[in-house]
Unconditional design. Structure first.
Length: 262
């Protein structure tokens, strides 16, 4: 999914170069404007802005896509493809909402484009997973991940407090970082809101216990099928998507396997 997201960003960048024209109508139509709160029918901009970049500055998309690859690859492996995409897109939406609210109060009549809010969220979660990982700045200067994250946060905080005409959306960066921290600390998982993660209400409303015949072979077969389904879910959505009952099923299967080996 990291590669697919990068390709989508590159495709959008090429479209900007081809269709913008002098008035930059393509970018303006899909970029996030600070008047969004007064024009709710343009809510799609909360997602589309995150796939656009400055067509006059190729460094904008290069740095963002490098960050998406650098921080996103590990997280996709940890959380699974589906949850990774959900987290990334929600990060972009949250960053855009916070930026839009601040800009409305400042009456700047501005527009936001770029994946930076989502990339900053990825960076924070990655740093929290691997705080002692060492990155080499310019390929020379070693810097621990936690220190790099702290420097980015301080730089954006300083930029937000003292804008000075900068084109960098520091507020969107900070919003992405804050959401990434919240996501990691709370153990949030958007897969639990998907149909597969919803509670089984039919089972919850079953008041009378059912009588069951004990059939060890059938129970073993059912347990194997459940474990296979859970392992498939882990490969698809990551270990963080498992419910408590699914974790208990894996523990039960592990105990029975150990008993057979004795």
């Amino acid at each position: 999914m990291v590669v697919n997201l990068i390709l989508l960003n590159v495709a959008a960048f090429v479209a900007q170069l081809l269709f913008d024209g002098p008035q930059e109508r393509f970018t303006s139509a899909l970029g996030l404007h600070d008047e969004l709160l007064s024009k709710p029918w343009q809510i799609y901009q909360l997602v589309t802005y995150g796939f656009l970049h400055d067509p006059h500055d190729i460094a904008h998309i290069l740095f963002n896509m490098f960050g998406l690859w650098l921080f996103g690859t590990d997280l996709e492996a940890i959380y699974g493809r589906a949850e990774f995409v959900r987290f990334y897109l929600v990060s972009i939406v949250i960053s855009g909402l916070v930026w839009s609210g601040i800009e409305v109060m400042n009456e700047n009549n501005a527009m936001l484009i770029g994946a930076s809010g989502g990339v900053m969220a990825l960076m924070v979660v990655n740093v929290l997973h691997f705080p002692r990982r060492v990155y080499y700045i310019m390929g020379i200067l070693p810097l621990p991940a936690w220190a790099m994250g702290a420097l980015y946060a301080l730089a954006d905080l300083s930029g937000a407090l003292h804008p000075g005409g900068s084109q960098v959306a520091n507020v969107a960066h900070l919003a992405g970082m804050a959401f990434g921290l919240l996501y990691f600390q709370t153990g949030m998982n958007f897969g639990r809101f998907a149909p597969g993660g919803m509670p089984n209400f039919k089972r919850m409303l079953r008041f009378k216990p059912r009588l069951k015949l004990h059939d060890p072979e059938k129970e073993s077969s059912n347990l194997t099928a459940q474990v296979d389904a859970i392992l498939e879910k882990i490969s698809r959505e990551g270990e963080g998507s498992l419910s408590r009952s699914e974790r208990r099923t894996l523990e039960e299967a592990s105990r029975k396997y150990q008993q057979r080996r004795r």
